[in-house]
Design a protein around this ligand. Structure first.
Ligand code: SF4
Ligand code: SF4
Length: 112
């Protein structure tokens, strides 16, 4: 399931550069997906574009935004449940030019 940022966010910005998919944007900033620019999903705090969030599967062993967030407000979104297969497929689609290593405990929180 995609990660979401809750209203507890203090707008520190620590998460944004950590995302392997550029899925995190500051409040009020338009986001890009498949070459299309869309309005911000939040005007109050940082937000995650669900279509770009892979729970870091394929890149890291845990959600990098959650790992650095000082107030633990990057949490799984229960309304957007996704399997590991769906998430790695999403990662490969987002990064068509990249070769991903086989999934293991080093690059998928599902394997830990
Ligand atoms: S879980 Fe990973 S892919 Fe999703 S927004 Fe956080 S850092 Fe980005
Ligand atoms: S690290 Fe946490 S508090 Fe800081 S901007 Fe990201 S979600 Fe908000």
């Amino acid at each position: 399931m995609a990660t979401k940022i809750t209203e507890e966010c203090i707008n520190c910005g620590a998460c944004e550069p950590e995302c392997p998919n550029t899925a995190i944007y500051s409040s009020g900033t338009a986001y890009e997906l498949n070459g299309k620019t869309s309005d911000a999903l939040s005007n109050d705090f940082y937000y995650i574009v669900p279509e770009k969030c892979t729970e870091c599967v394929g890149s890291f062993d845990q959600e990098q935004c959650a790992a650095v967030c000082p107030v633990d407000c990057c949490v799984p979104d229960p309304d957007r449940t996704e399997t590991e297969d769906q998430l790695i497929a999403k990662a490969k689609k987002l990064h068509a030019d990249k070769t991903f290593a086989d999934l293991s405990s080093a690059n998928s929180h599902f394997r830990k």
